[in-house]
Write a protein that binds this ligand. Structure first.
Ligand code: GN1
Length: 344
């Protein structure tokens, strides 16, 4: 089906321009300019390999939006658009699933956080988002990706990829596999804390990386976007993923053999994150922030490496070694953080 036919299914117009936007590693995103109404929209093809039930992510999105609206949330809220046939997801003849979202004008995104002020404001924005969507009683969210934050499963997937990968990929990745294998026990404490119910269940964003914040022209956060991974889990994941993303002095896509961890950013991210949340978090959560940052970086490195060894089928890649370069980038970051925390 033509892209414009999908747009017509949502807006009724044929008089539009559709421009690709390259920002995420999973879904395919376009900006739609409707020349009749002069409105703009975001159109996304949902990667159903990753999100097998697109209706779930729309339902969760609406539920979260309701909580943000009732909670005097100060940032902008992205709204799913209902199609002319009354659905939030349109399935086309090729079996692809599409959704349309409201477009927020005059924003920019970053691939790495430019300075301390932006790191603080971004972590504060995510903290505010999490504070608003975590009332006393959690609503009935559905699971968008089974086992997304199941670290035992991530480790098993890695072991399977080591068993099944072809020789040349194993050879190329030998130094990274060695580092990864030296730290195999790192996620163990996380797995045990979850198993022993030591970490409170909370609604988390699940993907609060820098690309999922929209900024105004003065670099002030305007919106926390991409609610597809919102789920019930431990808030340590969101802290860890923010620390992972915001302390990186490089775009995470870039290969590096140098330190790319910025300790000043790390302290700032923690301060920003805790501004709204410190009174809400349990002792076990507060005590494990540094551990969470290390573990989430490690798991992200494992995910990139696993995908590399599996032949790069999950993350979109631009060249054959892309996932290996991403792994290297995460391993340098982890090394820098562990040196700073003196746990090397
Ligand atoms: C993916 O969708 P995007 O590009 O923001 C991934 C995250 C990873 C991130 C790494 C559903 O996020 O878990 O942390 O890449 N999302 C999914 O850049 O797997």
């Amino acid at each position: 089906m033509e892209l414009k036919q999908i747009v017509t299914g949502f807006t009724g117009t044929e008089n539009c321009t559709v421009i690709p936007i390259t920002n995420g590693l999973i879904n395919t995103t376009y900006l739609v300019e409707d020349h009749d109404s002069e409105e703009k929209w975001i159109l996304q093809k949902i990667n159903t390999q990753v999100f097998p039930f697109p209706d779930i992510i729309s339902q969760n999105h609406l539920l979260i939006n309701g909580m943000l609206e009732r909670g005097n949330y100060p940032l902008e809220i992205v709204k799913p658009k209902v199609s002319l046939s009354g659905h939030f997801i349109l399935n086309d003849d090729n079996g692809d699933s599409w959704r349309m979202l409201s477009f927020i004008e005059d924003t920019k995104t970053f691939f790495k956080i430019p300075d301390l002020k932006t790191a603080y404001e971004s972590a504060k924005a995510v903290g505010c988002f999490l504070n608003t969507i975590n009332p006393e009683h959690l609503p009935d969210l559905k699971v968008p990706i089974p086992d997304f934050i199941n670290f035992e499963k991530r480790m098993q997937d890695y072991q399977n990829s080591l068993q099944n990968a072809n020789e040349s990929l194993l050879e190329n990745a030998a130094p990274e596999i060695k580092i990864m294998n030296e730290l195999l026990s790192l996620p163990q404490k996380w797995i045990e804390m979850e198993r022993d119910h030591l970490l409170p269940k909370r609604i988390i964003h699940g993907d609060p990386n820098v690309r999922n914040i929209l900024f105004d022209e003065t670099s002030k956060p305007l919106a926390v976007i991409d609610l597809d991974t919102v789920t019930v889990s431990t808030i340590l994941y969101d802290f860890g993923d923010m620390a992972r993303s915001y302390t990186n002095t490089l775009d995470e896509d870039i290969k590096t053999t140098e330190n790319n961890f910025n300790p000043h950013m790390y302290r700032t991210v923690k301060d920003g994150f805790l501004l709204y949340l410190k009174n809400k978090l349990s002792f076990a959560e507060l005590e494990n922030l540094d551990y969470a940052a290390q573990t989430v970086i490690y798991i992200q490195a494992i995910r990139f490496l696993t995908d590399y060894l599996n032949g790069s089928t999950y993350y979109s890649t631009k060249y054959p070694e892309h996932n290996l370069d991403r792994t290297r980038n995460q391993l340098q970051l982890l090394k820098g953080l562990r040196k700073y925390l003196r746990v090397e």
